[in-house]
Design a protein around this ligand. Structure first.
Ligand code: GDP
Length: 309
């Protein structure tokens, strides 16, 4: 069988190039580390999954996810030439061995971030600047601190099974984090100097764990998150207006037509929709998938990333 795999090339082999990066972000337990490992090593299987004839039985155990304190980074390569793999049903998949396919590969860094609320600031701090960069500090000792990587896209991983459980509080906490992420990107847009818009950073909301029958389908993940983001926006704007904080910068009161600092999306709309973020050149797409088990898998996410790095 084809080796499972994607390239894991250490920066020692490409010492002087600065690769673009894609940031994995999202609440703890959503599956960020599992996804990173999947893209790094190829398909993972649940240990109790029945052996299937058309799949390699991978002796490698499911990668142990770690409670990460610092971001971990892997270097990946994605085919830029879909034609070379068209006779393969997994065209442009992370399963495709790019060397074997002889494809032109685009390399990028995938950076995992800690999902714990106390450590989120670190992930969000990457998003603040006009041209966000990542210091892939953990990729290798040879990677110089000065080699900063340009952020190309964000993958916000959400647990679609937890979102389906109304008692878990997952919807509120996931939306809270997503709100911060989108607001940080929106602020970048507002913080641009002069008329030059910062390079846009598209966001993929990866509705994970669709292998679980209890999981919400992607369309519902989208609508529920939109509804919750709308609720958060409303609650925050009330807070801003009633406390009178922000020295005259309350919602809609800022000079130069700038919206309130905490208002996400188009000002004045009743319901929040991800489309509103296009006003700030932020594309948000929700796509379902799974890292483990049977389901749509991770190919669509992989392709989404490939189109944006
Ligand atoms: P992180 O905190 O976002 O990095 O989440 P992890 O990658 O550590 O995953 C949290 C848990 O969810 C682990 O027990 C994973 O095995 C599990 N998990 C991740 N992806 C999936 C999936 O697609 N389906 C199922 N059923 N479980 C998953």
């Amino acid at each position: 069988f084809l080796p499972i795999l994607l390239h894991l090339l250490f920066s020692a082999t490409t010492p002087y190039t600065t690769l673009p990066s894609v940031l994995l972000i999202g609440p703890s337990g959503a599956g960020k580390t599992a996804l990173l490992t999947l893209f790094e090593r190829g398909p993972l299987y649940t240990p109790d999954a029945p052996p299937s004839a058309d799949k390699p039985s991978v002796p490698t155990p499911v990668a142990k996810t770690h409670t990460s304190q610092a971001p971990s980074t892997v270097e990946l390569a994605i085919s830029t030439d879909k034609k070379t793999t068209t006779n393969d049903t997994n065209a442009a998949s992370y399963r495709t061995d790019l060397d074997a396919a002889g494809a032109t590969a685009k390399k990028f860094l995938l950076v995992d971030t800690p999902g714990h609320p106390k450590l989120r600031r670190h992930a969000l701090s990457h998003l603040a600047s006009a041209s966000p960069t990542i210091k892939p500090s953990s990729i290798s000792a040879t990677s110089s601190e000065t080699h900063k990587s340009k952020l190309k896209a964000l993958v916000f991983v959400a647990d679609a099974a937890a979102l389906a459980d109304a008692d878990s509080g997952a919807l509120a906490s996931t939306a809270e984090y997503l709100y911060e992420v989108l607001l940080a990107l929106q602020r970048r847009f507002h913080g641009r100097g002069g008329s030059r818009a910062p390079a846009s950073v598209p966001v993929l909301v990866a509705a994970n764990k669709l292998d679980l029958f209890t999981a919400l389908p992607a369309a519902l993940v989208k609508s529920q998150l939109e509804a919750e983001l709308g609720r958060i926006r409303k609650a925050r704007s009330k807070g801003l207006l009633t406390t009178g904080e922000g020295d005259g910068d309350e919602v809609g009161a800022g000079a130069g037509g700038e919206e309130g600092d905490g208002w996400l999306g188009a000002y004045g709309t009743e319901k929040f929709s991800f489309k509103e973020m296009m006003e700030f050149d932020i594309e948000v797409e929700v796509i379902g998938g799974n890292v483990l088990g049977e389901g749509p898998g991770a190919d669509k996410w992989w392709n989404w990333i490939g189109e944006r790095v």
